[in-house]
Design a protein around this ligand. Sequence first.
Ligand code: ADP
Ligand code: MG
Length: 654
Amino acid sequence: MTSLDLTRGLGVCVIEAMSDLAPRIRILPDQVANQIAAGEVIERPVAVIKELVENSLDAGATHIEVEFRNGGKAYMRVQDDGCGMDPDTALLSLERHATSKIQSADDLNTIRSFGFRGEALPSVASVSKFTLRSRARGWTEGTEIRINGGKLLERKACGMPVGTVVEVANLFNTVPARRKFLKTDATESAHIIYLTRLCAVAHPQVAFRLLDNGRVVFQSPACLDLRERIGEIWGPSLANDLIPIEWQDDQNPEMRGMRLHGLVARPGQGRATRRDMITLVNQRPVESRTLGYAILDAYHGYLPRGRFPPTFLFLEIEPAMVDVNVHPAKREVRFRSEGTIRRFVVEAITDCLSRFQESRKVSLPQPKARPSDTDQAAETADRDKPMADPSLAQSDPRAPAAEVAVYANPLPSAVPLPVAHAKVDPAHTDPPTDRPSPKTLTRTSFEQEPKTSLADWRYIGRMRERLVLLESADGLVLLDLAHARQRVRFESVVEQIGREEADSAGAQSLLLPISLELEPLLCTTLETHRALLARGGFVVEPFGRHFYRIEAIPAWLDPGSAESLLRDTLEQLREAGGGANERLAAERFARLAAVFSTRSESTPDPAAVMRLLADLLACQHPHTCPRGRPTMQLLTHAELNRRFASTQKDAFPR
Ligand code: ADP
Ligand code: MG
């Protein structure tokens, strides 16, 4: 079999073959160089899929099928019914910098197509076992070209319908250094699935089908509109909750020609991660800080801090206003005028959300969530009243899961903390049956013997909803109810999950199971962490493809919040990827649980406050909430004396 070095360009190879001038050994460094360059564009399987799908879209395909095995490492295939290539074009397409899409550097300013570097096919072909089959319109047969590691193996005619199929096997087999950097099959699969979904949502009118190891991950026929496509892929419940946005501002000369459209979350409809905050520029899914900030900015006041709205936002602008050539994989874009774009997007979303609020005021004079409503609705109702106190908004109990990992807040050093090693007085604790006795918590950080007992504490009163004033042996203590509850819940959940087996006392069975529809990736996450969730109180059973039933929930949890907590947990666990070990997974769950446990809590009476205090003082880390914010502040007797008494004689009697 003749072996051509495709990576050097066909023309050069032919001359070499004829004149036989070049010593064979010169080819190697070149090829190595090519493989390295290829590695930069094609860093992992998903990059191959992306390039191939973009080629199919550029070719005007109406049906695209993507298949992969073993996270794409073993095999990938992208098949389309686009314009196809005639035999010469097919061969030419495998030459480096051969592209039909631009002719000069100036064309980069007017790019409308997805591809433009003319590098993808040769790059992929140089690091895999590669087969291209293509038939152009007007041709009776197609061409098949087989390449292995950049060497042309075979080119022959083949029977096939109009369109193109590219198969890529054994990616990076000849480049062990690259292969080493690939993640687990599950992680690589997750990337491919996510990307394909983005491509599908960017082009609702194109039918998509995605297969993983022969199993259909999703398939969607050509859709009439975006909402239908989102419903097909993300599920109807999300799709139906989104509100449409359509914005242009031709009055403003800066913004002329820009358009923002798509679907966005309604007020209060937030997620724990930014994964579903999807932005596209000229139909290209992109990550853009500018757009991300603009969205969060616009949702300020409509969502608690740290929650992320699902959005499917399409920005259309002049190609000259955006630089798509800043990222090797074209994932990021840079705008020529970031400020204008940002203002445009903020205005558009703000207008959309306030109109939505207005329309609801008219149609629903008393927006009040029924108890049976989903958490989202409850959140929406909450958000209907503007946030009066920004400081409270900040420490919203539903706050972020994404941020909870930060234990940054140092404790204020000026105010000494109460000695927290109080003995738990059984008379006062009387723990409600729904939580494990605090005494079962292991104490590791205690160095001193407890100095005070709970009997030394006295309830004084409450102020500003969630602050409790207490007198302790050391002075006046201000206790933050929300933070204290979160700490107690966090440790009790970690303890509960850490047990060998699920404890039925930790769960409440639901008379009416809650049905749950999950996107494929979350199904996988759920399966992975099923046992852990069960120990945390969630019993979830499969109920058809992508459907589950929540049969039991943690005993302490308000059933109305069950689905949200489970979803947020799954999203967090998915975000952590396959690498999340049991302990970290348990902590993520517990942090979310902590946040959720303060949502439905009613105002406690003094006895309940004392029970909470007992539980708190029995915690391993009683001084902070799981996010590191203080649970209490102490004004010592000495401090009180310093402030009020001028002489020793004057001091307050103890
Ligand atoms: P680029 O997309 O940057 O032009 P590629 O290496 O991805 O570079 O593709 C090279 C050329 O091969 C394209 O410009 C196009 O003409 C042709 N081509 C690639 N894939 C397809 C396809 N699926 N259908 C039709 N033509 C294709
Ligand atoms: Mg391309």
